[in-house]
Each structure stands twice: as structure tokens, then as C-alpha cells.
Design a protein around this ligand. Structure first.
Ligand SMILES: *Cc1c(COP(=O)(O)O)cnc(C)c1O
Length: 384
């Protein structure tokens, strides 16, 4: 079979499963709007939880830094790409989050891969929540370590696994806020278990940083805990892109020697690092935005209850509010009906979520006003 025939066959199969995905270019639009195919929508499908992607102060900082640093870093961090702007951002993050060190990565995907592939060796054990992000699952599959998943938030099963592998070096991985369900890990339990068994705990807080905890320090800070390794990403509430790994001195030095995604990949643009420093300053002071987001979440959940749809809503207290539709077709139909009403809500299908649990992944932000939430509720009333 030719390569092209193979691709055609795979594409036809995606169509058949109603799993075909399409890239649609949107126009430049301010949150909470999204414009594409000549139509304007209220956007309930982004992760820009605080609306910081268009924050004037952050934009100004980025523009000013461009004139001295240019548009790129010019190299990988160890060769010539690591600038004072990167170092300043790392110091700011480690101080703010209470870690000895912070290391920057160009994406959360690469940070997760770098850490898991860098740290895990043969005979090590990786125990991860079943709903952990694809970047962790893939690293786990590539790693020589033994990989065992535990059912979502079943810490009793995790405890049994820790008992079984008590003689090995174990790394436990979880998300702080689960990206497709919006629920929060029980971080005190994870920390207690990892301490009891001498395991290393990695927490990916892509969806918690900026929105949860004092000053938006994230899920772990909200729980008063300090996982061994904390991964934060800059593409969600921070409004930009990139990631940081927070850890102790030895882990950071080890990653600098052995983390291939750090060694062999261009550092993020220094002007972006400057903008990110400003973004984190904004985040620390953004209690008003976090309160507004919380009001939107409360209003949305109360509205869904009034519509009698509470049993389809997952038990999430965060900005991610998924509404289960079941079949792929049901999720696609609902998204289509919402779209016709000027509401953009993405239908999320397997393999991103389990079979039979296709859903509308509604995300709320501080850029939404009460009337936008009401428009969404009204739309859902007709569409679902
Ligand atoms: C988005 C996300 C990532 C990937 O981060 P990027 O910076 O987008 O590559 C990793 N983990 C979780 C939990 C995420 O939601």
C-alpha cells in the first residue's frame, strides 16, 4: 500500500467514527469573542481563564523587550539562548512558588516529556492517574520504566501499587486540575502517600496556576502542599505559551545535564520571558479577576441546575465545566446547535476522553460577563 493510500484509509476511518478533526483559522479578536468563517461567537472554548492574552500591560512589556532582545533567543539554553530575561523569570517563579529552582521549557508538552524521560530509568516505576495529559502518557510509553495507571483519583489503588513496588524507585504523576473533567486532585493525599513510600511526586498544574490558591499560586498552594516537582504552563491562565518545572537544586541540575527537550531545543524568545514576568506580576495582583471567574462558575452551575441538567454536569468547581453528551454524534450535534446561536463550545471526543463520554468542554473565564453566562445557559437549554 502506498503512503497516500494509507493516509486515505486512516482518514476515512476517522470520518466513519465521527472523530474527524479540522483546523479552522480564527481572526484576531478580543476575549471573550472568537471570529471565524465570517461569524462572531462568544468563546467558551479557550483556556485564557483570566483574559490575560490581551492584557495591555503585558503586551507593552513584550513590545518594549522586543526592541532590545529581538524576536528570538538565538540558541538552545545551554549554548547561547539563556538570557538575563530567562534567569529573571526563573528566579521570580521559584521565589513566588517556594522552590529552590525553576527551569523554563518551550511548552508544557515538552516539560512533561523532558522530566519523565529524563528522570525515569529501567526498573523505576511510574504511577499516574489514568486521566493524566497525553504528554505524560506518551512519555510513559516511551520510557524504559514500568508504567502503571491508577483509576482516576483512586488513591486506595495507588496505595496498593506503592505497596507492590515498595522496593523500586517510584514517581507518582497527577494533574492538579484535570484538563477534561475540571476536578481537582486530592493533593494532601498524594503528598502523604508519596512521603510514606519515599516516592517522588510530580504535579502538572497547567489548569490550576493563576486561578487557584493565594495570588493564583495554584492547586498545591491552595492545598498547603509542596509536591517535589511542580509543572506549570504558560498557555492557559498566563495567556501566552511555554512552561516551567519547579523543583529542588539537585533535580534542576540533573535536568540541565539530561533533559533532552531542554538541551536540544531553542530557548523561548527573551522578550516573551520579559512579558511572562509581567504576566506573573499581574497574576499575583489579580484577585479581582479570580473573583469574577468564580462568580461566573457559580452562576453557570446554578443555571444548569435550574435547567434540570445537573446530572450531565461533572462535579467541577473550576473554570472547566464539562457537560456529558455520550455519543460523538450527540456532542457534535449539540456543539453545532450552539454554534448556530453564536456560542462556541468545543465537542471533545475519544481518544481525548473515554468512549461514550463525548462532551461539551465549556470553559469559563474572567472575560465573560454575567449576560454571557446567561446566553450560554439559554443556548444549552435549546441545544442539549
Ligand atoms: C495543556 C496541557 C499541557 C501541555 O501544555 P502546552 O504548554 O500546551 O504544551 C500539559 N499538561 C496539561 C494538564 C495540560 O492541560
Amino acid at each position: 500500500m502506498t503512503w497516500t493510500a494509507r493516509f486515505q484509509q486512516a482518514l476515512a476511518e476517522q470520518q466513519r467514527k465521527q472523530a474527524y478533526r479540522r483546523l479552522i483559522a480564527r481572526r484576531a479578536t478580543q476575549p471573550p469573542y472568537l471570529e471565524r468563517n465570517g461569524k462572531r461567537y462568544l468563546n467558551f472554548g479557550g483556556n485564557d481563564y483570566l483574559g490575560l492574552s490581551h492584557d495591555p500591560e503585558i503586551i507593552r512589556a513584550w513590545q518594549q523587550a522586543l526592541s532590545c532582545y529581538g524576536i528570538g533567543s538565538g540558541g538552545s539554553p545551554l549554548v547561547s539562548g539563556h538570557t538575563e530575561a530567562h534567569a529573571t523569570l526563573e528566579q521570580q517563579l521559584q521565589q513566588w512558588l517556594g522552590y529552590e529552582r525553576a527551569l523554563l521549557f518551550s511548552s508544557g508538552y515538552s516539560a512533561n516529556q523532558a522530566v519523565l524521560l529524563g528522570l525515569l530509568r529501567q526498573d523505576d516505576i511510574l504511577l499516574a492517574d489514568k486521566l493524566c495529559h497525553a504528554s505524560m502518557q506518551e512519555a510513559a510509553a516511551l520510557s524504559p520504566a514500568l508504567y502503571r495507571r491508577f483509576a482516576h483519583q483512586r488513591y486506595d489503588i495507588l496505595a496498593q501499587q506503592l505497596e507492590t513496588y515498595a522496593d523500586n524507585s517510584v514517581l507518582i504523576a497527577s494533574e492538579g486540575v484535570f484538563s477534561m473533567d475540571g476536578d481537582c486532585a486530592d493533593i494532601p493525599q498524594l503528598c502523604a502517600l508519596s512521603r510514606r513510600y519515599g516516592a517522588l511526586l510530580l504535579l502538572d498544574d497547567a489548569h490550576g496556576i493563576g486561578v487557584l490558591g493565594k495570588e493564583g499560586r495554584g492547586s498545591a498552594a491552595a492545598a498547603g502542599e509542596h509536591p517535589d516537582i511542580l509543572i506549570i504552563t504558560f498557555g492557559k491562565a498566563v495567556g501566552s505559551m511555554g512552561a516551567a518545572v519547579l523543583c529542588n537544586h539537585e533535580t534542576a541540575e540533573y535536568l540541565i545535564q539530561f533533559a533532552r527537550h531542554l538541551i536540544y531545543s531553542t530557548a523561548i524568545p527573551p522578550a516573551q520571558a520579559v512579558a511572562l514576568s509581567t504576566a506573573f506580576q499581574r497574576i499575583r495582583e489579580a484577585d479581582g479577576l479570580r473573583a469574577k471567574l468564580q462568580q461566573n462558575i457559580t452562576r453557570f452551575r446554578a443555571g444548569i441546575r435550574q435547567l434540570g441538567m445537573a446530572e450531565r454536569l461533572l462535579p467541577s468547581q473550576t473554570a472547566i465545566q464539562p457537560l456529558i453528551c455520550g455519543s460523538n454524534q450527540a456532542a457534535l450535534d449539540a456543539a453545532e446547535k450552539l454554534s448556530a446561536q453564536g456560542l462556541y463550545v468545543p465537542a471533545i471526543r475519544p481518544p481525548t476522553v473515554p468512549q461514550g463520554q463525548a462532551r461539551l468542554r465549556i470553559t469559563l473565564t474572567a472575560a465573560h460577563e454575567a449576560e454571557h453566562i446567561d446566553a450560554l445557559l439559554q443556548g444549552l437549554h435549546y441545544a442539549v
